[in-house]
Design a protein. Sequence first.
Lengths: 417, 373
Amino acid sequence: MNTKERSPSPRHQSWRVSTWLSLALLIGAGLASCGPGNRVVTVEDVSNNLQLALLDARPGDIIELPAGTFAFDRGLTLTVDDITLRGAGMDETILDFSGQVSGAEGLLVTASDFTIEDIGIEDTRGDALKVRDGERIIIRRVRTEWTNGPDTDNGAYGIYPVQTRHTLIEDSVAIGASDAGIYVGQSENVIVRGNRASLNVAGIEIENTVGADVLDNVATDNTGGILVFNMPNLPMEGHSTRVFGNQVIGNNTMNFAPPGTAVSSVPPGSGIIINSNDGVEIFDNDIAGNNTGNILVSSYFSVGYSPREATEVFDPYPEGIFIHDNRFGPAGQLPGRPELEALKTALFGANGRLPDILWDGIVNPERTAAQPPVCVREEQAQVLNMDAGNDGANARVAVEEHACQFDALPIIELPHV
Amino acid sequence: MSRRLTGLILVTALTACGPNEPDDYPEQLSEWELMEISDGPDGSRQLVLAGDVVPYELATPLFSDYAQKLRTIRFPEDAPARYREDEPLAFPPGTVISKTFYYPRHADGSLQLTASTAAGVGDHSLDLSDTALIETRLLVRESDGWTALPYVWNAEQNEATLRIQGDIRPLAGMDETGQTHAFHYLVPNRNECGSCHITDERSGKLRLIGPTARQLNAVFEHRNGASTQLQHWAEQGWLTGLPDDPDSIPSVPVWGPSATDRTEERARAWLDINCGHCHRPDGPADNSGLFLHAAETSMARLGRCKPPVAAGRGTGGNRFSLQPGAPEQSILYHRIASTEPDVMMPELGRSLVQQEALTLISRWIAELPGACP
């Protein structure tokens, strides 16, 4: 062994002194007046300096970006808690990733107490904004967009919090994602409100998430407007989502998802889809012009979702679904799947249309509750039980058997908003 | 520091607190006194390791665009590392681990993209006459954990400078078949270091990946002969707690492009070091439900007949991570074979395909029994 004294940082002390000197010169008297408040860091030459600012950030910092379009060739990452990243507007401050050669996201945040506001993120290779494993997240007036419109080569998700807790996504815009524009995965206690999602495969998707309010959004021109899904083989199963006060209009874009993804099974023309999720309340929405159906309720095993192996603990049956007091416009006249078209023609004629609510009719064979798994309280809308478990042998319009209700789900409250 | 902050304006009108944690690490790699560039007697330039710096090798390393890696460790005085069977060895504060990424050059100056290794643990110097040094990454063990520091070599090849924001270097090289490849070499920034090395999301701390008992437990030539590195380190007093019975120490097969035996063991070793730092139950890819670390025993969690979750274009149109008998219908194979940033796996740290690994994984999947529904 050597006998030399050694510390990990050989010139630790001298370097620290020079660092403090240069910092003191740079920020002047501010250093002396240390007190409560947040440091505001304004980034110039954003393309070259934003990543450095994110690396050098201290908790509490507000990082401000000026107006302009700024190109990046690699994904950005933030791991520091309690940071606000703020631009001059979702159409004014644009992070342009069209030349990206590295990174599976545009901006990847793994931190808590993160707020992003007034920024546009364009043309990332993969996901645009991913926030993973954080609490108390705010995504406000952010636009994620693939500017070429629907394309299978676009990135998967626009706004993508996953494994988060207490998350607010509001007044944001998501366009052109080849999977979901706004995708909340494996999270708890979420509010998605006042956003606009268009030209995505799935406009807004809540997946394996517990406790979500999806309200006052506009989902239009997607393949499917708003999806509430559970997928098997994941650490958590979702339940308790309220979808209310949304405009879910004309989601008829052809499905451009990469084959093999779950949403590649979404029929074009789907308004709201519930798949394998429990405790979903859908009310006070305007749902119209969706050519397959305004609301689809299905189990994991039906409506053409590719056959998949689920773990034994996975519950594939949607239960506790309560649909009430929505306003429906014409829909279902041009189903986006051959077997649905055939069903429509058989039951309602070539010029007819499918009812507003489509249910695959597959019930857990072990279910003992007297209450049906899907309750409907609507003045006009009908339910089509597709009897998918028996190849549609007893497909029928069902009204009375869904005349029931579930208790209202609790309102989501966020501690940080 | 002042140079790094150019372009950032700290608005101090608010009652601002000064930064409380300056990055007080040397700007230049040479200040660490781990290695130096010197001229040999015949005028050739050499990278020479300091006397107290120990080179080491892993049996099956992470792929990094065919870069060769010179790995070294400097143990602090009188504070040996502690043996652990499954986790990386426990190194004491003061330990400095370095990994220098370099490419040998062909006669025409282009970079050699080759799967075979150029340096061994017996080499305490590297001939630079036909070598391009790219970067040296340090992992420094402080009292409260590891710190990652990427240093990038200059054009003169006589110094490397700390660049916490990383870099992208356009490079070109030629593989063993004579085919040329232009690619973007990624020097990871500090966060990107963490994207692999923060293997435990709950602690949020950097962890080692390579220096595990199983990776070090292979026979290598070194200055004092040939033995496993673990034995050598124990003999030198750098490692305590090594079991007396060598058979009780885990091992993985030595990576080699020409090996054809022990397909499953080599495939699992490759998956562990290339994927298992994220795809593990406490790792950042746990949301995928796909686990590829060495300790995984369930074929379902390893991906057999497992549908994707949020793979996006990464599926390549395939339904399952592993489709037994059909590598080209398996998502795992598709993502190893891709160089598109949102499709390829690992997500970071390569822009070329490791053909030898693809062959190995392909053979492994082809040999898996059964079929998916």
